[in-house]
Design a protein around this ligand. Structure first.
Ligand code: NAG
Ligand code: NAG
Ligand code: NAG
Ligand code: NAG
Ligand code: NAG
Ligand code: NAG
Length: 479
Protein backbone atom coordinates (compact mmCIF):
# COMPACT_ATOMS: atom_id res chain seq x y z
CA UNK A 1 0.00 0.00 0.00
CA UNK A 2 0.91 3.61 0.44
CA UNK A 3 4.56 3.66 1.32
CA UNK A 4 5.84 6.70 3.12
CA UNK A 5 9.53 6.77 3.65
CA UNK A 6 10.70 9.95 5.22
CA UNK A 7 13.88 11.60 4.04
CA UNK A 8 16.87 11.08 6.30
CA UNK A 9 17.22 14.09 8.61
CA UNK A 10 20.57 15.86 8.35
CA UNK A 11 21.19 15.66 12.09
CA UNK A 12 20.97 11.90 12.01
CA UNK A 13 23.20 11.54 8.96
CA UNK A 14 25.82 13.75 10.59
CA UNK A 15 25.93 11.43 13.56
CA UNK A 16 26.01 8.40 11.32
CA UNK A 17 29.00 9.68 9.39
CA UNK A 18 30.78 11.13 12.41
CA UNK A 19 32.71 8.01 13.36
CA UNK A 20 33.98 6.95 9.91
CA UNK A 21 34.93 10.50 8.97
CA UNK A 22 36.74 10.93 12.28
CA UNK A 23 38.76 7.84 11.47
CA UNK A 24 39.53 9.23 8.04
CA UNK A 25 40.46 12.58 9.60
CA UNK A 26 42.87 10.98 12.05
CA UNK A 27 44.47 8.73 9.43
CA UNK A 28 44.92 11.14 6.55
CA UNK A 29 44.65 14.67 8.05
CA UNK A 30 42.89 15.78 4.90
CA UNK A 31 39.23 15.08 5.12
CA UNK A 32 37.18 17.65 6.94
CA UNK A 33 34.34 16.26 9.03
CA UNK A 34 32.59 19.62 9.33
CA UNK A 35 32.62 19.99 5.59
CA UNK A 36 30.66 16.77 5.21
CA UNK A 37 28.05 17.94 7.62
CA UNK A 38 27.61 21.43 6.28
CA UNK A 39 27.75 20.72 2.57
CA UNK A 40 27.20 17.02 1.96
CA UNK A 41 26.29 17.67 -1.70
CA UNK A 42 29.71 19.14 -2.49
CA UNK A 43 31.53 16.00 -1.50
CA UNK A 44 31.90 13.65 -4.42
CA UNK A 45 31.67 10.59 -2.31
CA UNK A 46 28.03 11.32 -1.43
CA UNK A 47 26.72 12.35 -4.83
CA UNK A 48 24.78 9.15 -5.30
CA UNK A 49 23.08 9.15 -1.93
CA UNK A 50 21.28 5.78 -1.69
CA UNK A 51 18.48 7.42 0.25
CA UNK A 52 17.81 10.02 -2.41
CA UNK A 53 15.66 7.78 -4.60
CA UNK A 54 13.37 6.84 -1.76
CA UNK A 55 12.19 10.35 -1.09
CA UNK A 56 8.61 11.09 -2.09
CA UNK A 57 8.76 12.48 -5.62
CA UNK A 58 5.98 15.01 -5.54
CA UNK A 59 4.24 16.90 -2.81
CA UNK A 60 0.58 16.97 -3.70
CA UNK A 61 -1.53 19.79 -2.36
CA UNK A 62 -4.81 18.56 -1.07
CA UNK A 63 -7.64 20.99 -0.70
CA UNK A 64 -10.10 19.25 1.54
CA UNK A 65 -13.57 20.28 2.51
CA UNK A 66 -14.19 20.66 6.25
CA UNK A 67 -14.47 17.37 8.13
CA UNK A 68 -18.05 16.36 8.86
CA UNK A 69 -19.90 13.46 10.42
CA UNK A 70 -19.93 11.39 7.24
CA UNK A 71 -16.13 11.33 7.11
CA UNK A 72 -16.03 9.27 10.30
CA UNK A 73 -16.45 5.52 10.36
CA UNK A 74 -17.14 4.06 13.80
CA UNK A 75 -15.78 0.64 14.72
CA UNK A 76 -17.71 -0.25 17.87
CA UNK A 77 -17.04 -3.47 19.69
CA UNK A 78 -19.61 -5.21 21.85
CA UNK A 79 -20.80 -8.67 22.74
CA UNK A 80 -24.16 -10.41 22.75
CA UNK A 81 -23.83 -10.91 26.50
CA UNK A 82 -23.50 -7.22 27.35
CA UNK A 83 -25.80 -5.87 24.65
CA UNK A 84 -29.02 -6.00 26.64
CA UNK A 85 -28.08 -3.33 29.14
CA UNK A 86 -25.60 -1.42 26.98
CA UNK A 87 -27.95 -0.85 24.07
CA UNK A 88 -29.37 2.31 25.69
CA UNK A 89 -25.84 3.70 26.11
CA UNK A 90 -25.15 3.54 22.37
CA UNK A 91 -28.61 4.57 21.26
CA UNK A 92 -28.25 7.72 23.37
CA UNK A 93 -25.65 9.10 20.94
CA UNK A 94 -25.90 7.07 17.73
CA UNK A 95 -27.64 8.91 14.88
CA UNK A 96 -29.23 6.41 12.50
CA UNK A 97 -28.49 7.12 8.85
CA UNK A 98 -26.07 9.85 9.88
CA UNK A 99 -23.28 8.21 11.85
CA UNK A 100 -21.48 5.55 9.79
CA UNK A 101 -20.10 2.31 11.11
CA UNK A 102 -20.88 -1.01 12.67
CA UNK A 103 -21.18 -2.68 16.02
CA UNK A 104 -19.04 -5.83 16.01
CA UNK A 105 -20.44 -8.79 17.91
CA UNK A 106 -18.78 -12.03 18.97
CA UNK A 107 -21.77 -14.16 17.92
CA UNK A 108 -25.12 -13.70 16.17
CA UNK A 109 -27.66 -11.71 18.18
CA UNK A 110 -30.17 -13.85 20.01
CA UNK A 111 -33.90 -13.78 19.29
CA UNK A 112 -34.63 -11.12 21.90
CA UNK A 113 -32.62 -8.57 19.85
CA UNK A 114 -34.36 -9.35 16.56
CA UNK A 115 -35.49 -7.59 14.53
CA UNK A 116 -32.43 -5.44 15.14
CA UNK A 117 -33.32 -1.96 16.42
CA UNK A 118 -33.00 0.73 13.75
CA UNK A 119 -31.88 3.12 16.49
CA UNK A 120 -28.76 0.98 17.03
CA UNK A 121 -25.73 0.82 14.76
CA UNK A 122 -26.01 -2.08 12.30
CA UNK A 123 -24.21 -5.12 13.62
CA UNK A 124 -21.52 -7.26 12.10
CA UNK A 125 -20.37 -10.67 13.39
CA UNK A 126 -16.62 -10.86 13.73
CA UNK A 127 -14.64 -13.17 11.45
CA UNK A 128 -13.56 -16.51 12.85
CA UNK A 129 -10.13 -15.88 14.32
CA UNK A 130 -9.37 -19.58 14.76
CA UNK A 131 -8.30 -19.45 11.11
CA UNK A 132 -5.28 -17.39 12.11
CA UNK A 133 -1.98 -19.28 12.27
CA UNK A 134 -1.17 -17.63 15.55
CA UNK A 135 -4.53 -18.45 17.15
CA UNK A 136 -3.33 -21.26 19.47
CA UNK A 137 -0.75 -18.89 20.96
CA UNK A 138 -3.07 -15.95 21.59
CA UNK A 139 -3.39 -15.39 25.33
CA UNK A 140 -6.62 -13.45 24.91
CA UNK A 141 -8.37 -14.09 21.57
CA UNK A 142 -11.41 -12.04 22.62
CA UNK A 143 -9.24 -8.95 22.78
CA UNK A 144 -7.55 -9.67 19.45
CA UNK A 145 -11.05 -9.85 17.98
CA UNK A 146 -11.56 -6.24 19.00
CA UNK A 147 -8.44 -5.01 17.25
CA UNK A 148 -9.10 -7.25 14.25
CA UNK A 149 -12.44 -5.43 13.80
CA UNK A 150 -10.48 -2.58 12.22
CA UNK A 151 -9.21 -4.89 9.50
CA UNK A 152 -12.67 -6.42 9.07
CA UNK A 153 -14.18 -2.95 8.71
CA UNK A 154 -11.66 -2.12 6.02
CA UNK A 155 -12.42 -5.36 4.16
CA UNK A 156 -16.14 -4.52 4.12
CA UNK A 157 -15.28 -1.79 1.63
CA UNK A 158 -17.38 1.38 1.68
CA UNK A 159 -14.32 3.44 2.59
CA UNK A 160 -15.16 6.20 0.15
CA UNK A 161 -14.64 9.64 1.72
CA UNK A 162 -13.69 8.07 5.04
CA UNK A 163 -11.11 10.22 6.84
CA UNK A 164 -11.12 8.62 10.27
CA UNK A 165 -11.81 5.30 11.89
CA UNK A 166 -13.02 5.81 15.44
CA UNK A 167 -12.87 2.89 17.83
CA UNK A 168 -15.20 2.52 20.80
CA UNK A 169 -16.83 -0.04 23.08
CA UNK A 170 -20.52 -0.69 23.58
CA UNK A 171 -20.36 1.41 26.75
CA UNK A 172 -18.58 4.41 25.24
CA UNK A 173 -20.65 7.59 24.97
CA UNK A 174 -19.59 9.89 22.12
CA UNK A 175 -20.29 13.58 21.75
CA UNK A 176 -20.32 13.43 17.99
CA UNK A 177 -20.41 17.15 17.14
CA UNK A 178 -17.37 17.74 19.32
CA UNK A 179 -15.62 14.71 17.85
CA UNK A 180 -16.15 16.07 14.34
CA UNK A 181 -14.70 19.43 15.33
CA UNK A 182 -11.75 17.80 17.11
CA UNK A 183 -10.81 15.58 14.17
CA UNK A 184 -11.21 18.52 11.82
CA UNK A 185 -8.16 20.08 13.51
CA UNK A 186 -5.95 17.24 12.30
CA UNK A 187 -4.84 16.32 8.78
CA UNK A 188 -6.30 12.90 8.01
CA UNK A 189 -3.77 12.54 5.18
CA UNK A 190 -1.07 12.15 7.81
CA UNK A 191 -0.68 9.40 10.36
CA UNK A 192 -2.66 10.17 13.50
CA UNK A 193 -3.54 8.07 16.52
CA UNK A 194 -5.65 10.24 18.83
CA UNK A 195 -6.90 9.10 22.19
CA UNK A 196 -6.19 9.27 25.86
CA UNK A 197 -4.59 7.32 28.62
CA UNK A 198 -6.19 6.34 31.89
CA UNK A 199 -6.98 8.73 34.75
CA UNK A 200 -5.08 6.30 36.96
CA UNK A 201 -1.32 6.54 37.07
CA UNK A 202 -1.22 2.89 38.04
CA UNK A 203 -3.13 1.65 34.97
CA UNK A 204 -0.83 3.60 32.69
CA UNK A 205 2.18 2.18 34.47
CA UNK A 206 0.84 -1.38 34.15
CA UNK A 207 -0.19 -1.02 30.50
CA UNK A 208 1.27 2.00 28.82
CA UNK A 209 1.40 5.77 29.04
CA UNK A 210 1.43 5.74 25.21
CA UNK A 211 -1.78 3.80 24.71
CA UNK A 212 -5.17 5.14 23.68
CA UNK A 213 -7.61 3.33 25.93
CA UNK A 214 -10.24 1.60 23.83
CA UNK A 215 -13.34 2.26 25.88
CA UNK A 216 -12.45 5.94 25.98
CA UNK A 217 -12.41 5.75 22.20
CA UNK A 218 -9.56 6.55 19.87
CA UNK A 219 -9.27 7.77 16.31
CA UNK A 220 -6.96 6.54 13.56
CA UNK A 221 -6.54 8.67 10.46
CA UNK A 222 -7.47 6.90 7.24
CA UNK A 223 -3.94 7.28 6.02
CA UNK A 224 -2.75 5.37 9.09
CA UNK A 225 -5.46 2.74 8.55
CA UNK A 226 -4.17 2.15 5.01
CA UNK A 227 -0.70 1.63 6.40
CA UNK A 228 -1.84 -0.62 9.27
CA UNK A 229 -4.19 -2.90 7.37
CA UNK A 230 -1.62 -4.83 5.29
CA UNK A 231 0.55 -5.49 8.32
CA UNK A 232 -2.10 -5.98 10.97
CA UNK A 233 -2.07 -9.77 11.02
CA UNK A 234 1.71 -9.91 11.12
CA UNK A 235 1.60 -7.47 14.02
CA UNK A 236 -0.87 -9.73 15.82
CA UNK A 237 1.60 -12.58 15.27
CA UNK A 238 4.36 -10.49 16.78
CA UNK A 239 2.48 -9.89 20.04
CA UNK A 240 0.39 -12.99 20.86
CA UNK A 241 1.11 -12.44 24.57
CA UNK A 242 -0.58 -9.04 24.82
CA UNK A 243 -3.65 -9.26 26.97
CA UNK A 244 -5.56 -6.16 25.93
CA UNK A 245 -6.59 -5.00 22.45
CA UNK A 246 -5.74 -1.32 23.04
CA UNK A 247 -2.26 -2.36 24.04
CA UNK A 248 -1.88 -4.32 20.83
CA UNK A 249 -3.19 -1.35 18.87
CA UNK A 250 -0.65 0.99 20.45
CA UNK A 251 2.18 -1.48 19.68
CA UNK A 252 1.16 -1.88 16.04
CA UNK A 253 1.00 1.89 15.59
CA UNK A 254 4.29 2.37 17.43
CA UNK A 255 5.97 -0.11 15.10
CA UNK A 256 5.22 2.10 12.13
CA UNK A 257 6.39 5.15 14.03
CA UNK A 258 3.11 6.60 15.25
CA UNK A 259 2.75 7.81 18.82
CA UNK A 260 -0.41 8.64 20.70
CA UNK A 261 -1.73 12.20 20.48
CA UNK A 262 -3.54 12.85 23.75
CA UNK A 263 -6.77 14.83 23.80
CA UNK A 264 -8.11 15.71 27.22
CA UNK A 265 -11.82 15.64 26.39
CA UNK A 266 -11.60 11.89 25.81
CA UNK A 267 -12.29 9.95 29.00
CA UNK A 268 -11.58 6.38 29.92
CA UNK A 269 -13.18 6.84 33.39
CA UNK A 270 -11.10 4.22 35.17
CA UNK A 271 -12.86 5.42 38.29
CA UNK A 272 -15.50 4.05 40.61
CA UNK A 273 -18.30 5.66 42.58
CA UNK A 274 -19.41 9.24 42.16
CA UNK A 275 -17.65 10.98 39.26
CA UNK A 276 -19.60 14.23 39.68
CA UNK A 277 -16.44 15.91 40.99
CA UNK A 278 -14.68 15.29 37.70
CA UNK A 279 -17.68 16.19 35.54
CA UNK A 280 -18.16 19.42 37.50
CA UNK A 281 -14.57 20.55 36.85
CA UNK A 282 -14.02 19.13 33.40
CA UNK A 283 -10.67 20.03 31.81
CA UNK A 284 -10.73 23.09 29.58
CA UNK A 285 -11.39 21.08 26.41
CA UNK A 286 -14.60 20.04 24.66
CA UNK A 287 -15.99 16.78 25.98
CA UNK A 288 -15.52 13.99 23.45
CA UNK A 289 -16.39 10.77 25.30
CA UNK A 290 -17.40 9.19 28.60
CA UNK A 291 -17.15 5.53 29.49
CA UNK A 292 -17.56 2.77 32.11
CA UNK A 293 -21.13 3.52 33.10
CA UNK A 294 -21.41 0.08 34.67
CA UNK A 295 -18.82 0.80 37.32
CA UNK A 296 -19.77 4.33 38.34
CA UNK A 297 -22.83 5.64 40.15
CA UNK A 298 -25.57 7.10 37.96
CA UNK A 299 -24.17 10.48 37.00
CA UNK A 300 -27.39 12.20 38.13
CA UNK A 301 -28.07 10.96 41.68
CA UNK A 302 -31.86 11.06 41.35
CA UNK A 303 -31.89 8.89 38.19
CA UNK A 304 -30.72 5.45 37.12
CA UNK A 305 -27.80 5.11 34.73
CA UNK A 306 -29.59 4.99 31.38
CA UNK A 307 -32.00 7.76 32.42
CA UNK A 308 -28.96 9.80 33.44
CA UNK A 309 -27.32 9.39 30.06
CA UNK A 310 -30.46 10.40 28.19
CA UNK A 311 -30.84 13.37 30.50
CA UNK A 312 -27.27 14.49 29.81
CA UNK A 313 -27.83 14.05 26.08
CA UNK A 314 -30.82 16.41 26.20
CA UNK A 315 -28.37 19.22 26.80
CA UNK A 316 -25.94 17.73 24.29
CA UNK A 317 -28.64 17.98 21.62
CA UNK A 318 -28.79 21.74 22.06
CA UNK A 319 -25.12 22.60 22.46
CA UNK A 320 -22.24 20.16 22.68
CA UNK A 321 -19.58 22.86 22.63
CA UNK A 322 -20.64 24.00 26.11
CA UNK A 323 -21.37 20.58 27.59
CA UNK A 324 -19.62 20.23 30.96
CA UNK A 325 -17.68 23.43 30.36
CA UNK A 326 -16.98 25.10 33.67
CA UNK A 327 -17.95 28.73 34.04
CA UNK A 328 -17.22 30.57 37.30
CA UNK A 329 -18.54 33.86 38.66
CA UNK A 330 -19.17 35.59 41.95
CA UNK A 331 -21.92 37.30 43.92
CA UNK A 332 -19.91 39.87 45.93
CA UNK A 333 -22.66 41.04 48.33
CA UNK A 334 -22.77 37.52 49.82
CA UNK A 335 -19.21 36.41 49.03
CA UNK A 336 -20.51 33.43 47.06
CA UNK A 337 -18.75 31.67 44.19
CA UNK A 338 -20.82 29.98 41.49
CA UNK A 339 -19.35 27.23 39.39
CA UNK A 340 -21.51 25.91 36.56
CA UNK A 341 -20.70 22.80 34.56
CA UNK A 342 -23.11 23.49 31.73
CA UNK A 343 -25.73 20.80 31.11
CA UNK A 344 -24.75 18.92 34.24
CA UNK A 345 -24.24 20.62 37.61
CA UNK A 346 -23.87 23.89 39.50
CA UNK A 347 -22.09 24.56 42.78
CA UNK A 348 -22.27 27.43 45.25
CA UNK A 349 -19.36 28.06 47.62
CA UNK A 350 -19.89 30.51 50.49
CA UNK A 351 -16.53 32.05 49.81
CA UNK A 352 -14.67 33.74 46.94
CA UNK A 353 -12.53 30.99 45.47
CA UNK A 354 -10.42 31.67 42.35
CA UNK A 355 -10.73 29.71 39.14
CA UNK A 356 -7.25 28.26 39.64
CA UNK A 357 -8.66 26.29 42.58
CA UNK A 358 -12.17 25.51 41.38
CA UNK A 359 -10.94 24.03 38.12
CA UNK A 360 -9.47 21.12 40.10
CA UNK A 361 -11.98 18.28 40.45
CA UNK A 362 -13.33 17.46 43.89
CA UNK A 363 -12.24 13.93 44.63
CA UNK A 364 -15.73 12.45 44.92
CA UNK A 365 -14.54 9.27 43.15
CA UNK A 366 -12.08 6.47 43.85
CA UNK A 367 -9.57 4.87 41.50
CA UNK A 368 -10.34 1.70 39.59
CA UNK A 369 -7.61 -0.09 41.52
CA UNK A 370 -6.94 0.86 45.12
CA UNK A 371 -3.42 1.97 45.90
CA UNK A 372 -1.24 4.58 47.45
CA UNK A 373 -1.22 8.16 46.18
CA UNK A 374 -0.39 9.70 43.84
CA UNK A 375 -3.34 8.08 42.12
CA UNK A 376 -4.44 10.36 39.32
CA UNK A 377 -3.00 11.97 36.22
CA UNK A 378 -4.53 15.31 37.35
CA UNK A 379 -4.73 17.34 40.54
CA UNK A 380 -7.78 17.08 42.76
CA UNK A 381 -9.31 18.84 45.76
CA UNK A 382 -10.09 16.80 48.86
CA UNK A 383 -13.67 16.65 50.01
CA UNK A 384 -14.00 18.92 53.01
CA UNK A 385 -16.45 19.59 55.85
CA UNK A 386 -15.16 23.11 56.17
CA UNK A 387 -18.18 25.34 55.42
CA UNK A 388 -15.87 27.72 53.53
CA UNK A 389 -14.70 24.95 51.17
CA UNK A 390 -17.64 22.55 50.74
CA UNK A 391 -20.05 23.43 47.94
CA UNK A 392 -23.83 23.38 47.85
CA UNK A 393 -24.45 20.89 45.02
CA UNK A 394 -27.11 21.19 42.31
CA UNK A 395 -27.73 18.97 39.28
CA UNK A 396 -29.38 19.84 36.00
CA UNK A 397 -33.11 19.40 36.21
CA UNK A 398 -34.32 20.82 32.90
CA UNK A 399 -33.21 22.40 29.68
CA UNK A 400 -35.43 24.64 27.60
CA UNK A 401 -34.97 26.49 24.37
CA UNK A 402 -36.71 29.86 24.58
CA UNK A 403 -37.16 32.64 22.05
CA UNK A 404 -34.23 34.80 20.88
CA UNK A 405 -31.82 31.87 20.96
CA UNK A 406 -32.01 31.81 24.72
CA UNK A 407 -31.32 28.46 26.36
CA UNK A 408 -32.33 28.08 29.99
CA UNK A 409 -30.90 25.26 32.07
CA UNK A 410 -32.05 24.82 35.66
CA UNK A 411 -30.19 23.03 38.42
CA UNK A 412 -31.87 21.61 41.56
CA UNK A 413 -30.29 21.13 44.93
CA UNK A 414 -29.43 17.46 45.29
CA UNK A 415 -29.40 17.33 49.10
CA UNK A 416 -29.04 19.72 52.06
CA UNK A 417 -25.44 20.67 52.80
CA UNK A 418 -25.89 20.26 56.58
CA UNK A 419 -23.12 22.67 57.54
CA UNK A 420 -22.94 26.06 59.29
CA UNK A 421 -22.38 29.15 57.18
CA UNK A 422 -18.81 30.13 56.33
CA UNK A 423 -18.07 32.68 59.01
CA UNK A 424 -14.77 33.97 57.59
CA UNK A 425 -16.62 35.43 54.63
CA UNK A 426 -19.48 36.94 56.61
CA UNK A 427 -21.91 34.09 57.53
CA UNK A 428 -23.96 34.31 54.33
CA UNK A 429 -25.68 30.95 54.23
CA UNK A 430 -26.81 29.64 50.84
CA UNK A 431 -28.99 26.96 52.44
CA UNK A 432 -32.17 28.63 51.23
CA UNK A 433 -31.23 28.35 47.54
CA UNK A 434 -33.12 25.46 45.98
CA UNK A 435 -32.57 26.22 42.31
CA UNK A 436 -30.06 27.86 40.00
CA UNK A 437 -31.16 29.08 36.57
CA UNK A 438 -28.47 29.48 33.95
CA UNK A 439 -29.19 31.61 30.90
CA UNK A 440 -27.22 31.21 27.72
CA UNK A 441 -27.80 33.36 24.71
CA UNK A 442 -25.84 32.25 21.72
CA UNK A 443 -26.27 30.97 18.25
CA UNK A 444 -22.69 29.84 17.93
CA UNK A 445 -20.62 27.04 19.29
CA UNK A 446 -18.19 28.06 21.99
CA UNK A 447 -14.62 28.20 20.76
CA UNK A 448 -12.72 25.13 21.93
CA UNK A 449 -10.22 25.81 24.71
CA UNK A 450 -11.61 29.25 25.53
CA UNK A 451 -13.65 29.76 28.66
CA UNK A 452 -16.73 31.88 29.05
CA UNK A 453 -17.58 34.14 31.97
CA UNK A 454 -20.85 34.87 33.78
CA UNK A 455 -22.77 37.23 36.03
CA UNK A 456 -24.94 36.37 39.02
CA UNK A 457 -28.30 38.00 39.68
CA UNK A 458 -29.58 37.25 43.15
CA UNK A 459 -32.13 39.08 45.27
CA UNK A 460 -31.50 38.54 49.00
CA UNK A 461 -33.96 36.14 50.56
CA UNK A 462 -35.00 34.46 47.27
CA UNK A 463 -34.57 30.75 46.82
CA UNK A 464 -33.55 31.00 43.16
CA UNK A 465 -30.25 32.37 41.88
CA UNK A 466 -29.81 33.41 38.24
CA UNK A 467 -26.61 33.14 36.29
CA UNK A 468 -26.04 34.54 32.81
CA UNK A 469 -23.23 33.22 30.67
CA UNK A 470 -21.35 35.72 28.52
CA UNK A 471 -18.08 36.22 26.70
CA UNK A 472 -15.19 37.09 29.01
CA UNK A 473 -13.88 40.65 28.85
CA UNK A 474 -10.31 41.18 27.74
CA UNK A 475 -8.07 40.28 30.64
CA UNK A 476 -10.98 39.52 32.97
CA UNK A 477 -9.72 37.95 36.20
CA UNK A 478 -11.80 35.17 37.68
CA UNK A 479 -10.98 35.38 41.38
C1 NAG B 1 -19.56 16.01 4.23
O1 NAG B 1 -18.68 16.57 3.28
C2 NAG B 1 -18.74 15.94 2.00
C3 NAG B 1 -17.68 16.60 1.13
O2 NAG B 1 -16.42 16.20 1.57
C4 NAG B 1 -20.11 16.10 1.41
O3 NAG B 1 -20.20 15.42 0.19
C5 NAG B 1 -21.14 15.51 2.37
O4 NAG B 1 -22.43 15.76 1.90
C6 NAG B 1 -20.98 16.13 3.76
N1 NAG B 1 -21.86 15.42 4.67
C7 NAG B 1 -22.59 16.05 5.58
C8 NAG B 1 -23.44 15.20 6.46
O5 NAG B 1 -22.57 17.24 5.72
C1 NAG C 1 -32.66 5.11 7.52
O1 NAG C 1 -32.71 4.89 6.11
C2 NAG C 1 -33.48 3.79 5.74
C3 NAG C 1 -33.37 3.57 4.24
O2 NAG C 1 -32.59 4.54 3.64
C4 NAG C 1 -34.93 3.99 6.16
O3 NAG C 1 -35.70 2.87 5.82
C5 NAG C 1 -34.98 4.21 7.66
O4 NAG C 1 -36.28 4.52 8.06
C6 NAG C 1 -34.05 5.33 8.09
N1 NAG C 1 -34.02 5.36 9.54
C7 NAG C 1 -34.13 6.47 10.25
C8 NAG C 1 -34.13 6.29 11.72
O5 NAG C 1 -34.20 7.58 9.74
C1 NAG D 1 -34.24 3.19 34.56
O1 NAG D 1 -35.45 3.91 34.65
C2 NAG D 1 -36.29 3.78 33.51
C3 NAG D 1 -37.46 4.73 33.68
O2 NAG D 1 -37.92 4.73 34.97
C4 NAG D 1 -36.73 2.32 33.37
O3 NAG D 1 -37.53 2.16 32.22
C5 NAG D 1 -35.48 1.45 33.25
O4 NAG D 1 -35.85 0.09 33.23
C6 NAG D 1 -34.54 1.70 34.41
N1 NAG D 1 -33.32 0.99 34.14
C7 NAG D 1 -32.75 0.22 35.04
C8 NAG D 1 -31.50 -0.45 34.63
O5 NAG D 1 -33.20 0.08 36.16
C1 NAG E 1 -36.41 19.95 40.73
O1 NAG E 1 -37.38 20.80 41.30
C2 NAG E 1 -38.64 20.77 40.63
C3 NAG E 1 -39.53 21.74 41.30
O2 NAG E 1 -38.85 22.88 41.72
C4 NAG E 1 -39.20 19.36 40.69
O3 NAG E 1 -40.38 19.33 39.93
C5 NAG E 1 -38.21 18.38 40.12
O4 NAG E 1 -38.67 17.07 40.31
C6 NAG E 1 -36.89 18.52 40.81
N1 NAG E 1 -35.95 17.68 40.14
C7 NAG E 1 -35.14 16.87 40.76
C8 NAG E 1 -34.20 16.12 39.90
O5 NAG E 1 -35.14 16.75 41.97
C1 NAG F 1 -16.40 38.96 52.30
O1 NAG F 1 -15.31 38.27 52.91
C2 NAG F 1 -14.28 39.11 53.38
C3 NAG F 1 -13.21 38.24 53.98
O2 NAG F 1 -12.73 37.36 52.99
C4 NAG F 1 -14.80 40.08 54.41
O3 NAG F 1 -13.78 40.97 54.80
C5 NAG F 1 -15.96 40.86 53.83
O4 NAG F 1 -16.53 41.66 54.82
C6 NAG F 1 -17.02 39.91 53.29
N1 NAG F 1 -18.05 40.67 52.61
C7 NAG F 1 -19.34 40.57 52.96
C8 NAG F 1 -20.30 41.40 52.16
O5 NAG F 1 -19.72 39.84 53.85
C1 NAG G 1 -20.73 34.06 62.16
O1 NAG G 1 -21.47 33.29 63.07
C2 NAG G 1 -20.69 32.73 64.10
C3 NAG G 1 -21.54 31.84 64.96
O2 NAG G 1 -22.84 31.75 64.50
C4 NAG G 1 -20.10 33.85 64.96
O3 NAG G 1 -19.29 33.31 65.95
C5 NAG G 1 -19.27 34.75 64.05
O4 NAG G 1 -18.82 35.86 64.76
C6 NAG G 1 -20.08 35.24 62.88
N1 NAG G 1 -19.22 35.95 61.97
C7 NAG G 1 -19.54 37.07 61.37
C8 NAG G 1 -18.49 37.69 60.46
O5 NAG G 1 -20.62 37.60 61.52
Amino acid sequence: MLQKIRSFPLGASCKAFAVPSLVIFILFYTFSYTQICNKPKSVGLFKSNPFELMRPTSSQTITDSPTNISHIRFVLVGSVKTWKHRKPYIEAWWRPNETRGKLFLDSPPTQEFLPWSSASPPYQINEDLTKLRIYPKLVNPGQVRMYHSILETFRLGDNKDVRWYVMGDDDSLFFVDNLVELLGKYDHNKYYYIGTNSENIRSNYDFSFDMGYGGAGYALSYSLIEALVPMMESCIERYPYLFVSDHLSSYCSADIGVALTIEKGIHQIDLVGDISGLLSSHPQYPIITLHHFDTINPIFPSKNQSESIYHLMEAAKLDQSRMLQQTICYHRPTNWSFSVSWGYSAHIYENIIPRSVLRKPLETFAPWKKGRPPLYMFNTRWLSNNPCEAPHVFFMDSIKKMEDNLVLTTYNRSSPRNLQACSASGNHSADSITKIQVFLQSTERKEAGRIECCDVKYVAGMNVANVKLRTCLNGEVIA
